[in-house]
Write a protein that binds this ligand. Sequence first.
Ligand SMILES: Cc1cc2nc3c(=O)[nH]c(=O)nc-3n(C[C@H](O)[C@H](O)[C@H](O)COP(=O)(O)OP(=O)(O)OC[C@H]3O[C@@H](n4cnc5c(N)ncnc54)[C@H](O)[C@@H]3O)c2cc1C
Length: 486
Amino acid sequence: MPRDFLQGVQSEYDVVVIGSGLAGLTCANTLGRAGYSVLLVEQHYKLGGMATWFKRPGGHIFDISLHGFPVGMIKSCRRYWTREIADSIIQLKNIRFDNPMFSLTTTFDREDFTRLLTERFQLEPSTVHEFFDHVRSMNFYDDQATTTRQLFDRFFPGREDVIRLLMEPITYANGSTLEDPALSYGIVFSNFMSKGVFTFEGGTDRLIGLMQKDLVKNGVDPRIRCNAENIMVHRGQVTGVQVNGRMIRTRAVVSNANLKSTILNLVGQEHLDRGFVNETSAVRLNNSSTQVYMALKEDERIDESTGDLLFSSTAPLFRTDALLSRDVTSRTYSFYYPRTRPTGRPRCLVVSSTNANYSDWAGLSSEDYEASKKDLVETTLVAIEKYLPNLRDRLDHVEAATPLTFKHYTRHVHGSSFGTKFEGLAVSRSLPEQVRGLFHAGSVGIIMSGWLGAINYGVIVANGVDAMLSKVETQSSDVANLVTEV
Ligand SMILES: Cc1cc2nc3c(=O)[nH]c(=O)nc-3n(C[C@H](O)[C@H](O)[C@H](O)COP(=O)(O)OP(=O)(O)OC[C@H]3O[C@@H](n4cnc5c(N)ncnc54)[C@H](O)[C@@H]3O)c2cc1C
């Protein structure tokens, strides 16, 4: 008999959360802590969504999305998770750039960027201060028509090198481009600039393990290998969720699944206004990624001067289409030293990440797909030898992931790494107006993605669910406060 992953579940909960990405986990935890009965269903065999890891023989543990997040994670984890989680967040001090325009190392905060921009890039100190103050003051409800390109043209006209320094890491961090609203750039960039780039000591496996412990302590019932097939709606009100063929009754559903698949597949268009369905269909997805995972042999080490994060590119200029192209010119390397997992087996690993288009990978025959993956590994090994000579001979393991891999494990439409573009946020926020009791929390709109954005959005939505269940009006300022505070 196949195992019943729903064994022992109740027939009814106050809230069912679909998906255990950081937004789903945080939403479930906040509601569990507030005293609601919460069932969390995850289709994959582990919790975490994109915040995940995998192990390979030889004691190697690869992190998928543990590359860097802003200092705001400390406050959010202390408030909505535990002190132990918050206290494990540490700074990455060695951020490197290497491209045809410049090579430099920075702590990636306002002070050091001001030094670089004025001394090395020879900008007027007053312009630099004005730029930092301007982006820092950007408000969630500000003008959304100005693009990031226009913002840069206003402060640094003709300075492609400056634009590259300011933009390249943010494109990597949340998939945003020069054509996206300046607001989505400004908030995320300022969050990083406040104190630099941070990571979680102990790795993603430790983080998710600690989160799972706290969830259970707060009475949440987390279930893996449980696929939500349908969200049941009756007369404009959520009534339940069909999970692994079984109906679970509930008054509130929070979907952490991809916004478009939640609305267009899980709910069913017959329960929604036609205009809302059209608006949802028009929401653009963010791009996907490829990654190459490299583990060094047990006794091999990487010198720490190599850096923690290295934004490397051979493209003469910073261009969005070049960043997404199959002909890879830009790679971001994350270097993991034994200190990443101080209590684990001492290992050095490198993960090379590249933004990518799903369509470049989806239509391939299985032979072409395998050949393209091999090529991705091969070209990455050639490229990284500039920084780690003879790495190929020092490796114990190497493999690659593509947009199809991300889609397979998280069910994100087109394997989108950061959910949807900015317009997804309005659709996500207005879902409860379409179906009472139905909420969405997950990567949308650039600001609400990444580890910090997802966690904060989970809290915002939990407040909305709480307000509905306890019939108290939620404050619209909640959103603005959470996304802009660091
Ligand atoms: C390669 C890569 C690198 C990244 N690097 C960084 C980084 O350095 N810093 C950073 O801050 N962020 C990074 N991110 C982004 C970050 O990981 C994500 O934005 C964040 O983890 C997304 O959280 P989420 O809550 O939106 O949900 P997701 O992680 O997208 O999880 C959604 C969950 O829902 C589940 N699900 C879907 N459908 C169903 C269903 N029908 N039934 C049950 N479960 C379902 C999925 O299995 C999944 O577990 C990176 C992402 C990628 C892909």
